[in-house]
Design a binder for this molecule. Structure first.
Ligand code: NDP
Ligand code: HSE
Length: 440
């Protein structure tokens, strides 16, 4: 028997949760018509119930007792917008065991506990939806699981962290410093509670794990994703990359399947200025997906922020509510990851040291005769061939910045050469190494 009223329990009413309440209220009539049932926000759990809120809710609806919401037998659907692993994981697992359907935007939880959540959803016949977890308002999860289902996915290139893309854009286009740009992103509600996840690449890696698991029907262990962040970039890198070589610098999330192995990596990369992803700026995200039948596609939109993310979360609520209303929830699958029997492919992840690509190196060297030839010798000894070298004038002191673009080389060789160059007495500090991606 279907239901004429779907009761929703909301866990977390911060940036995104507040947007969800706003949208459910503002578009109630349309949403209920589309769902075929009344949508009733029954209870809301937060950490501190005394905090002032930006939305008005009936007295008594807000509680600090999340467990009472999970255990309320009249609630059909739990929307988890607390974030992080604990207590979110415990609450989601308890709700699934209580046979409540789940909507979440928590990519950290999905990436690190994918198998546990998928397994529990299947065992309990509930649906778990997570459109808000990747790409904010961009409907990439539905697109991968339904719109592109006829394809074998070959590659994904994504700009999937709004905060870091916002910072890179502000540094590149407006000359802002890293800390200034990060502060702005936090103020706009884009950043995670721990912004190290944004700037260190961890959030993008969480999202890539989810995308890869879906797209390649495999379970990608989060720990197998290679992750580097944007902390070492300077405004000068954007200038040199563009003016000397014709590239932009972006934090890319990359997944590729080749010869039965997966590459899954997140790192800043040089991308040709002419690539579609090169113009994705600010808090915008884009996911470039290559399928064997469809070819190249790109999904673009605001990847963070209150209302874009609420748009994705409420579309999931609607989807699950309609399934409950028509009594098909959990019958034709357990969410975007499909139904059983489902044999996961479990593709092996290619070790990073086997990667082959071109590299951009930026280092600081003493302005002395023989330094460049010593660097070139180390690169040659490691089979790394130089495509271009730019040595800038001294600005202060006796050190000069040197920028090198290489031809294709093996990551293992490049990293060994980097270590040896860093140990030259005339080379000062760490070498910044960026990979060059063609993005196709
Ligand atoms: P916020 O930090 O703004 O909100 C978190 C909410 O959870 C707050 O309402 C907080 O309560 C509540 N909370 C914290 N601990 C508990 C607890 N133990 N029990 C009950 N409630 C608790 O986070 P966001 O809204 O930004 O993010 C929510 C989720 O959405 C995260 O998983 C995030 O990664 C994801 N996301 C966020 C996006 C964004 O742009 N912000 C975009 C896409 C996904 P209180 O209000 O009392 O402090
Ligand atoms: N902190 C995340 C970002 C929020 O900046 O992209 C959206 O997932």
């Amino acid at each position: 028997m279907g239901k004429s009223t779907i009761r929703i329990g909301l866990l977390g009413m911060g940036t995104v949760g507040t947007g969800v309440v706003r949208l459910l209220t503002a578009h109630r009539a349309d949403l209920e018509r589309k769902a075929g049932a009344k949508l009733e926000l029954a209870r809301v759990a937060v950490k501190d119930a005394s905090k002032p809120r930006d939305v008005d809710l009936p007295k008594g609806m807000i509680t600090e007792d999340a467990v009472s919401v999970l255990r309320d037998p009249s609630i059909d659907l739990i929307v988890e917008l607390i974030g992080g692993l604990m207590p979110a994981r415990m609450y989601v697992m308890e709700a699934i065991k209580a046979k409540k359907h789940i909507v979440t935007a928590n990519k950290a939880l999905l990436a690190e506990h994918w198998a546990e959540i998928v397994g529990a959803a299947r065992a309990n016949g509930v649906e778990v939806y997570f459109e808000g977890a990747v790409g904010g308002g961009i409907p990439i999860i539905q697109s991968l699981s339904e719109g592109l289902a006829a394809n074998r996915i070959e590659a994904i290139f994504g700009i999937v962290n709004g905060t870091s893309n916002y910072i890179l854009t502000r540094m590149d286009k407006d000359g802002k410093t890293f800390p200034e740009a990060l502060k702005e992103a936090q103020k706009k509600g884009y950043a995670e509670a721990d912004p190290a996840l944004d700037v260190g690449g961890g959030d993008a890696a969480h999202k890539l794990t989810v995308l890869t698991s879906l797209a390649f029907e495999t379970t990608v262990p989060f720990a197998s994703v290679h992750v580097e962040g944007i902390e070492d970039l300077t405004p000068q890198d954007f200038v040199w990359a563009r003016e000397e070589f014709g590239y932009v610098v972006k934090l890319l999330a990359i997944a590729k399947q080749e010869e039965g192995k997966l590459e899954v990596r997140v790192h800043p990369a040089l991308l040709p200025e002419t690539h579609l992803l090169a113009d994705v700026d600010g808090a915008y995200n884009a996911i470039y997906v290559v399928g064997d039948a469809v070819g190249a596609t790109m999904f673009y939109g605001l990847g963070a922020g209150q209302m874009p993310t609420a748009s994705a979360v409420v579309s999931d609520i609607l989807y699950v509510a309609r399934s409950i209303a028509y009594d098909v929830a959990g019958r034709a699958g357990w969410g975007p990851f499909g139904d059983i029997p489902h044999t996961p492919v479990n593709l092996p992840v290619r070790p990073m040291e086997e990667l082959t690509c071109r590299y951009y190196l930026r280092l600081s060297a003493m302005d002395q005769p023989g330094v460049l030839s010593a660097i070139a010798k180390i690169l040659a000894d490691h089979r790394v061939s130089i495509a271009a070298v730019v040595q800038k004038e001294r600005s202060k002191g006796d050190k000069v910045p040197v920028v090198i673009l290489t031809y294709e080389a093996l990551e293992k060789d490049m990293q060994e050469a980097r270590r040896q160059i860093e140990s030259l007495p005339a080379v000062k500090g760490k070498i910044v190494l960026l990979r060059v991606e063609r993005g196709e």
